[in-house]
Design a protein around this ligand. Structure first.
Ligand code: GLN
Length: 478
């Protein structure tokens, strides 16, 4: 097997025991990027020169027995909304063109300090707003399984990079599904951590009460390795509690036959693609064969999650994006006075989807509408959280589809934003509740498109969904 097809865990073993060098690993991925990136458009920039230097340094550490961690010498691609010191960071927006951050996002810095090597910055929907990567300010990322289809979004470039063997791992961000959905569309594992498990510091803020940073990779085991280094309190993000970080890898091996898994009836509804429904039935059977008990449950407020999310998220996003005025950083435009500079900068710098959300959020927060929209949505959010709290009194975790269909054709939803928003129905409830979720590849459609299943767990129980995901993955793929 070609090196670039191997999982992160396999590559790490081969490097640690001296079978292959970090430089050989890095070159294998660079070769793929050079030959296929033109047709996939997963990356906004590459950092090959630095990557080669870092790989040589990792090889020296390997020879002298001074490796930094199990991730040392391993390449990774980072979503472009993470600040990367000295490397341009635009969040796929024209308004940030030319912005070179003087610091690293904490989640990335922790991986860098573990020896991971940046190969490039991943394309995404502008400021992570979207579910298809069609809203990138630069180019549309294609799905490596079918170039006429979307890779998903917003972390589409991260997902496509792994699916195309450009890197064994990538960083994504998930505010309403942006790690889990592209992972499902591209046949990968993607982990949305509980709110606060991983620092948000240094990642461009979309909706601050929902944003979560997490890993994407081929397998749940790989995601566990990455989370191990990323998780934990950070004094630069006051929403990260000082909670113990479990040994995620050690948990993977524990048995799962004592677990009860809930199937919420509100997630198996009309409109769910028949092949996705079939993939979920098959997944349920695999979990039963592994000894888990599957029971029907109800999460009664599920139908209100999309409307609540599409009020709360734009409200927070409109406030967060008010900082982009072209004065301190990014691509500012000229104007006769301050007002004109702002208007010209924001008109030229933001794309349509971002403008739409700024308008929706500004409207919903305005005097007279605040109570009717924002406050009401927050109350619905509490009800959705209570649905999960009650469910987790009866079950250990929850199994659902990730998205209603496999990856759709590029352009299908472009004229109809509402249709695109509705596709988030299975991912946004967990985001509103702040719990964790894992997208695991479980099947392929008749036309060869990947289909994922979602495992949801209580807040700060990543070890549980990773463990079940690991057993499920092995049962299906090994
Ligand atoms: N598709 C969702 C949206 O457009 C999720 C985005 C995200 O998680 N960043 O809001």
């Amino acid at each position: 097997m070609n090196l670039s097809e191997k999982s992160l865990a396999e590559l790490s073993h081969l490097f640690q025991d001296g079978t292959v060098s970090s430089r050989e690993i890095v070159e294998a991925f660079i070769t793929n990027i050079e030959s296929c990136e033109d047709e996939i458009d997963a990356l906004l920039l590459t950092t090959f020169d630095q990557a080669r230097e870092m790989a040589n340094a990792a090889d020296s550490r390997q020879k002298s027995g001074k490796l930094l961690s199990p991730l040392d010498g391993m390449p990774i691609i980072v979503k472009d909304n993470y600040c990367t010191q000295g490397v341009e960071t635009t969040a796929a927006s024209k308004i940030l063109k030319g912005f070179v951050p003087p610091y690293d996002a904490t989640a990335w810095k922790k991986l860098k300090d573990s020896g991971m090597i940046l190969l490039g910055k991943a394309n995404c929907d502008e400021f992570a707003m979207g579910g298809s990567n069609e809203h990138s300010g630069y180019k549309v990322c294609k799905n490596p399984h079918d170039l006429t289809r979307v890779a998903g979004g917003s972390s589409g470039g991260s997902a496509a990079s792994i699916a195309a063997n450009f890197a064994p791992a990538a960083l994504g961000s998930d505010t309403g599904g942006s790690i889990r959905q592209p992972a499902s569309y591209c046949g990968l594992t993607g982990l949305k951590v509980s709110y606060g498990r991983v620092s948000r510091y240094g990642v461009t803020a979309m909706a601050s009460s929902l944003d979560s940073m997490g890993p994407m990779a081929k397998t749940p085991e790989d995601c566990a390795m990455l989370l191990q280094a990323m998780a934990g309190a950070d004094h630069k993000d006051s929403t990260t509690p000082d909670k113990e970080v479990p040994d995620y890898l050690a948990h993977l091996g524990h048995k799962i036959s004592d677990l009860t898994i809930g199937l919420p009836k509100e997630y198996f509804i009309e409109g769910l693609d028949e092949e996705v429904a079939e993939a979920l039935r098959a997944t349920k059977k695999v979990l039963e064969d592994l000894g888990c008990t599957l029971v029907d449950i109800s999460l009664p407020h599920t139908a209100y999650a999309v409307p609540a999310y599409y009020v709360i998220m734009p409200c927070e996003a409109s406030a967060n994006l008010s900082r982009y005025d072209g004065i301190r950083y990014g691509a500012g435009q000229k104007g006769e006075n301050l007002e004109e500079i702002y208007v010209n900068t924001r008109t030229a710098g933001f794309g349509d989807e971002v403008k739409r959300r700024i308008m929706l959020g500004t409207y919903a927060l305005s005097a007279g509408y605040y109570d009717a929209y924002y406050k009401k949505a927050q109350k619905v959010r509490t009800l959705i959280k209570q649905d999960f709290d009650q469910a987790f009194e009866k079950v250990d975790l929850i199994l659902t589809p990730v998205a209603p269909t496999p990856a759709f054709e590029i352009g299908r939803n472009l004229e109809d934003p509402l249709q695109e928003y509705l596709e988030d129905i299975f991912t946004v409830p967990a985001s509103l509740a702040g719990i964790c979720g894992l997208s695991v590849p479980v099947a392929k459609s008749s036309s060869g498109l990947p289909i994922g299943a979602q495992l949801l767990g209580p807040a700060f129980k990543e070890q549980r969904i990773l463990r079940v995901g690991h057993h499920l993955y092995k049962a299906i793929h090994e």
